[in-house]
Design a protein around this ligand. Sequence first.
Ligand code: FAD
Ligand code: NAI
Length: 464
Amino acid sequence: MYDLVIIGGGPGGYNCAIRAGQLGLKTAIIEKRGKLGGTCLNVGCIPSKALLHASEYFEAASKTFPSMGVRVTGLSLDLPQMLKQKDDSVDGLTKGVEFLMKKNKVDYIKGAGRIVSAGSVEVTAIDGAKQMLETKNIVIATGSVPTDLPGLAIDEEQIVTSTGALSLPQVPGRMVVVGAGVIGLELGSVWRRLGADVTVVEFLDRITPGMDNEISTTFQRVLKKQGMKFELGHKVAGVEKTGGGLLVSIEPAKGGAARVLEADVVLVAIGRKPFTTNLGLENVGVRFDQRGFIETSHFKTNVEGIYAIGDCTHGPMLAHKAEEEGIAVAQALAGKWSHVNYDVIPNVIYTDPEVASVGKSEEELKAAGVEYRSGKFPFMANSRARTNHETEGMVKVLEDAATKRVVGVHMVGSGVGEMIGEICVAMEFGASAEDIARTCHAHPTMSEAIREAAKGVDGWTMQA
Ligand code: FAD
Ligand code: NAI
């Protein structure tokens, strides 16, 4: 009899397993992919960052190095090697997770899990063999899959999701990206840097919905300058396959004449949906909403002893959110603290410059009627940014005027994805903008821009 059986080996599931193992719970994790790590390690965060990093270097070698006195002659792309180093990172990390299961005495069972009753899970191995696991608790961590666009048949070669876009065997001449969200802009950037002519078609009148407006506008301006094209307020009406290419018919979202874009590859990135197929939820009556997200209250489903975490339940679809929830459930089952602070979940887009934010946007604060004060600082005025030729972007700090707590920080700039950690710690400790403004930051660093923006909340920005 297990204390805990986890279905799904992504960041939600495997972190839950590690923590449960550390806390002495007898734990099993079931994964049907044949490898641990879930979407994140296999076809998400890790391979996309491997390509973003390598393609950023490739572009810098031709566009940025010469201005710094570094001449590269005979620069060329070795795409098979770029894809291989990505696959090597994935392999190393998935094996690392498997090692962590052993280290923490977690049984890793390869196969598809199906809930038969609140205390039993049937596993069907890849070769069809079945076994039944008896357990006191079940955690559903089955993640998410890409949302389909009706009328566009995904073949993962010409019409691809993020999974196909991570392994294209050659650089497409023209790529149409449907959806100006995180996946579209990250993977669109990869292929643009490697030579594709990229056009992003977005249904709304803006990119990255949900992001602070000013940051989103700044970000789009930079992407445009880099050569990415945008068709905002448009939807894809259909895609026709011709001899070798694709004809993508787009229409204004508000109605109007259609136009045709030619493409070699279409990337569909219009969001992801929870995955709970063949999980046996109907056997036990676990409730989910109309969009398929499992409903929970403090990670508990409506059925005693069954929990849900990560992308298959509500909240941001992010690896670190899934991880937090996994840890919290393991803690709860071991009778320890169990808490996720959803107000401090950072968001990063790993383009160049990066975008990083945590907490509320100005629009959200206005909509909630919260009085706030803001301070801003452009990287153009930051000495390190200027020295590194990385002056695009800004930092914005938002403080609740009544409580004097920082409630949101939004940044566009080189390396801001690493800088957001400082803000998360500050917000967890209930910092005011003054606390950040009075904290010594090393010089010359990009992080001084955070301090200057924080000073700006009290009106004493010094270096701009
Ligand atoms: P998943 O990682 O989806 O794992 C669920 C696992 O459950 C899967 O491996 C699946 O095979 C398995 N499973 C499903 N059903 C069963 C079953 N019945 N039996 C056994 N196993 C089952 N997030 C970030 O925070 N940062 C990023 O940079 C980032 N980049 C991304 C890039 C891309 C291209 C994509 C697609 C996503 C990215 N994400 C990123 C999102 C991140 O991958 C997800 O939020 C995260 O993986 C969710 O974790 P999870 O454990 O809930 O689910
Ligand atoms: P998304 O929700 O970020 O963006 C989807 C975009 O598509 C939105 O702008 C939406 O308005 C648009 N859209 C929807 N339907 C459309 C249509 N029919 N035509 C044109 N546009 C349409 O979703 P995305 O990019 O697919 O990513 C899914 C999730 O994966 C993200 O929400 C995020 O949680 C996660 N992710 C996180 C990353 C990170 O943290 N760096 C990287 C990649 C993914």
